[in-house]
Write a protein that binds this ligand. Structure first.
Ligand SMILES: [Zn+2]
Ligand SMILES: [Zn+2]
Length: 241
């Protein structure tokens, strides 16, 4: 995929049939799609167990046994955790989380009722304490308004990266004011010199590596290429143990 921003090499927010909604595609089909789209790496991040219809802990327990290269693509195995409350509790045990490559922390209406702006912000910040948390999942949704200055300062301090979620920008996303909020996130991240991660949040193979909705916002905010993690060939931030 070529854009004015050059090549993007990976996508870490994707879902398989194990998430229980939105797709019947298996991990194998996602990796094949990533190979066709010339990505170097792909991360699978199915919904953690509190999400209705998603997989159980045993699925995540066994992920570290999956192959580390599939169809020539570097394979990473993570999780999209649910933040359960303002204390930042999450829905996977530290024992299992420690064995995964990375975790995304998200708020979902099917799991956690919207709270006040200060409580939503505290929820994200408190959830950063768990092992392997690397990515703020779609923090662009006014269903869960947040204080972006506080949130992104905390992210910078804890080496957690805000995601810029392409699915949030789709007509059918259901997320509120994402277009405006993503511009705010990009502007503050630029000011803080905080790298961001572009994500497809693809359910199935169809949108793997699709960041097309984000490009106009990167241009509009004059966002520096060097602060986009996906332009780096090495996922230095992910540690295999
Ligand atoms: Zn999500
Ligand atoms: Zn997701």
């Amino acid at each position: 995929m070529n854009t004015d921003y050059g090549q993007f090499y990976f996508d870490l927010h994707t879902h398989t049939i194990a998430s229980g909604h939105g797709t019947f595609d298996t991990a194998e089909e996602l990796f094949k799609s990533a190979a066709k789209k010339s990505l170097l790496s792909l991360g699978i991040s199915d919904h953690a167990p509190a999400y209705p219809g998603s997989c159980r802990e045993s699925y995540f327990r066994n992920l570290p046994l999956a192959p580390s290269v599939r169809f020539g693509i570097n394979a990473y195995y993570g999780v999209e955790l649910n933040i359960l409350n303002k204390e930042g509790d999450i829905d996977l045990s530290p024992e299992i989380l420690n064995k995964l490559d990375y975790a995304i922390i998200s708020l979902h209406t099917r799991v956690t009722a919207p709270m006040s702006c200060s409580d939503n912000t505290a929820a994200y910040i408190n959830a950063m304490r768990h092992p392997k948390v690397m990515i703020l999942g779609h923090p662009d949704d006014d269903t869960y308004p947040v204080d972006y200055e506080s949130l992104l300062h905390a992210a910078k301090e804890k080496s957690v990266f805000p995601e810029i979620n392409n699915s949030s920008l789709r007509q059918d996303s259901g997320r509120v004011n994402s277009h405006r909020n993503i511009k705010t996130i990009l502007n503050i991240s630029k000011k803080l010199d905080l790298p961001v991660l572009l994500s497809s949040d693809s359910h199935g193979r169809k949108h793997i590596g699709d960041f097309s909705g984000i490009i106009p916002l990167l241009k509009e905010t004059d966002f520096p290429r060097e602060l986009i993690l996906n332009t780096r060939k090495s996922l230095y931030l992910i540690r295999h143990e």
